[in-house]
Design a protein around this ligand. Structure first.
Ligand SMILES: Nc1ncnc2c1ncn2[C@@H]1O[C@H](COP(=O)(O)OP(=O)(O)OP(=O)(O)O)[C@@H](O)[C@H]1O
Ligand SMILES: [Mg+2]
Length: 306
């Protein structure tokens, strides 16, 4: 397990990380989300010793992270760090050898990953002859070539087409489920929600939510009630105890405190309900509430109630 424990990092006036604490558990996918400038890249760089924390510690399997440990980590940095003019296969072999693989093993693993990522026919191309998405795949192969125990990926989905996104999702799932810890940052909350068992939400250098996503959703103070009616949903916009978060004609999405019984709430709605969903917040709703610091409050509820 990887742990960041109270890690702080300041750049002049900017508190890039403020007592940042979270874990990346083996065998699970951990999604790292937060607005631009929240501190995701800084935290990831701290794992690789590229940022020295002002205070706090990064620990791997209960101890400080050593250079030997780091050779067993894979990193796909935000600034993609490959050699643009080198041939794809050559650089993967080179990186594999840097991580301690023999020449034969490095060549075998590099070829295997290029195959798995659909890049076998580009093995002898220069990196800068590849499209952005394919360069991204090579970068992923570079992080994977030595079968790391921990994989850290800074925005691996950015710039990928939908097919490549599916392939990347499947691959990250497979790697985690084969036992590695996987931490990746993304602004695509739907992907993170769909893919990850664990999440870390960071805002202004502070971790505002972390841990098992289902448990976080279940523990949320609010529930969401989505009601579609055959006629006009106007009358659903003024229910006591419910804040309207979205509505379009026949459909209304309401936020209600967990303590409010949806059956009681719906008693006065009438008979033309055609669809009903009652669920904990989505990751996107949790994110917005956490980042705005605006979990549902009693005042907010009574402000909507008439
Ligand atoms: N080397 C540096 N020197 C000065 N400020 C820095 C440095 N690195 C990061 N920062 C600042 O620290 C804060 C956190 O930046 P970081 O890159 O970690 O955010 P991020 O969550 O990765 O954002 P994004 O989603 O845009 O990639 C920002 O305000 C950034 O400007
Ligand atoms: Mg970043």
């Amino acid at each position: 397990m990887l742990e960041l424990i109270g890690v702080s990092k300041r750049y002049g006036e900017v508190e890039a990380l403020a007592r940042c604490t979270f874990q990346v558990r083996p065998g699970r996918l951990t999604g790292f989300v937060g607005p631009n400038g929240a501190g995701k890249t800084t935290a990831m760089r701290a794992v690789f010793g590229l940022v020295t924390p002002d205070e706090g510690a990064v620990r791997w399997r209960g101890g400080p992270v050593t250079a030997t440990d780091r050779r067993r980590f894979g990193y796909m940095p935000e600034e993609r760090g490959l050699y643009p003019r080198m041939r794809v296969l050559d650089q993967l072999v080179f990186l594999g050898r840097l991580s301690g693989l023999s020449a034969a093993a490095a060549a075998r693993e590099a070829t295997r990953w290029l195959d798995a990522l659909g890049l076998a026919d580009r093995a002898n191309s220069r990196l800068d002859d590849l499209s952005h998405g394919n360069q991204q795949r090579v970068q992923l192969a570079a992080a994977l070539v030595h079968a790391p125990d921990l994989l850290v990926l800074d925005e691996p989905f950015s710039g990928l087409d939908p097919i490549a996104m599916d392939a990347m999702s499947g691959l990250l799932g497979d790697i985690a489920h084969s036992g590695a810890g996987v931490l990746f940052s993304s602004h695509q909350l739907d992907i993170v929600e769909h893919l990850c068992e664990d999440v870390v939400v960071i805002e202004g250098g502070r971790v505002v939510l972390s841990g098992d996503l289902d448990a976080i959703r279940d523990a949320a103070a609010d529930r969401y009630l989505e009601i579609t009616v055959a006629g006009d949903a106007e009358r659903l916009l003024h229910l006591t105890d419910a804040a309207v978060v979205a509505h379009d004609g026949k459909r209304v999405r309401l936020r209600i405190p967990r303590a409010v019984d949806p059956v009681t709430l719906l008693a006065g709605v009438g008979g033309d309900v055609v669809r009903l969903a009652y669920e904990p917040p989505t990751l996107s709703e949790l994110f917005r509430a956490a980042v705005a610091g605006s979990a549902l409050t009693t005042r907010e509820v009574s402000g909507v109630a008439r």
